[in-house]
Design a protein around this ligand. Structure first.
Ligand code: SF4
Length: 288
């Protein structure tokens, strides 16, 4: 099996999402491995992820806020730097947004009985002749007022709020909810994808608990139920994998001019006029 064939058979959730947005962009990123420019929105999203992980792991809101302030002040600490700022944004505006996200998140879990099963859990699961990988931001068990249990697969999102159709067909959630049903998610799959502590027991204990995909919007902060997933979703996911594999085999990556170009790192290679990228904003409050 050649390197390209191996790459075509293992799909990460983010790679498939990029194909859906623009196949040529995915080609530059995953086949040519060209570096991506980092915009402030993406760095902000990663920093908020880290702070929420601290909150979910420790239940300490204070520690989460401290983590957010520290990393947003110096994202180099986790190997990130900002190449450009989206229009009308600056350091202070993101600082305020981040603190609001943490406050809303804390309030949203205040009254609920919940058990954090895993945070930032990386998985590799088989899917027919393919393999699916991804990192689930939060897997948690909640108990509703009538005592029923629900296994929630939560993903933090920093883009625009999607419409209902986009939510129901979000391919990342197809993958995550499918993965949760596989034993490999719980017991692990090789040294790069370790299992959860007591994963075998958890898999058995929770296999019949209904699953739910949760889109946790970071800006403006709110939770949106993206619904359940079933066989039909997985069939569509399978078809996507097949088509991406075919694109690799035939080396056909059609550019999808449109919305994705605004946030694309490869406008120069592609020949699309420069749209959104700006120099870092001058902000006197940058280091406070
Ligand atoms: S500039 Fe637009 S069409 Fe070209 S690779 Fe990027 S997203 Fe695709």
């Amino acid at each position: 099996v050649s390197q390209v064939e191996t790459a075509a058979l293992r799909f990460s959730a983010s790679r498939l999402k990029k194909y859906m947005a623009c196949p040529l962009q995915a080609y530059f990123r995953y086949v040519e491995h060209r570096p991506e420019q980092q915009n402030a929105a993406a760095v902000f999203g990663t920093v908020v992820h880290k702070a929420l992980q601290v909150f979910n792991d420790t239940s300490s809101y204070t520690q989460a806020v401290e983590t957010f302030r520290r990393l947003w002040n110096d994202p180099e600490e986790i190997g990130l730097h900002i190449d450009f700022w989206p229009r009308y944004t600056n350091y202070q505006s993101y600082l305020e947004k981040g603190l609001e996200v943490l406050e809303r998140f804390r309030d949203s879990v205040k009254w609920d009985q919940r058990q954090v099963i895993a945070t930032e859990h990386a998985f590799l699961v088989p899917f027919g002749e393919y393999e699916l990988t991804g990192i689930v931001d939060l897997t948690e068990l909640r108990r509703s007022g009538n005592g029923k249990r629900l296994l929630r697969v939560v993903d933090y999102k920093s883009g625009q709020t999607p419409n209902q159709m986009a939510l129901r067909e979000d391919i990342q959630f197809h993958i995550y909810v499918y993965a949760v049903d596989q034993p490999e998610f719980w017991v692990g799959n090789g040294p790069d994808f370790p299992g959860l502590p007591d994963g075998e027991r958890l898999f058995e204990e929770l296999r019949d608990v209904p699953r739910r995909a949760i889109w946790w919007q970071l800006t403006p902060p709110k939770e949106i139920d993206a619904g359940p997933r079933d066989e039909e979703h997985y069939l569509r996911l399978y078809r996507v994998c097949q088509q991406v594999e075919r694109a690799h085999r035939h080396e056909v990556f059609i550019p999808r001019l449109g919305e994705a170009c605004q946030f694309c790192s490869y406008t120069q290679e592609c020949g699309v006029p420069f749209v959104q990228h700006e120099k870092p904003a001058e902000d006197p409050n940058r280091w406070i």
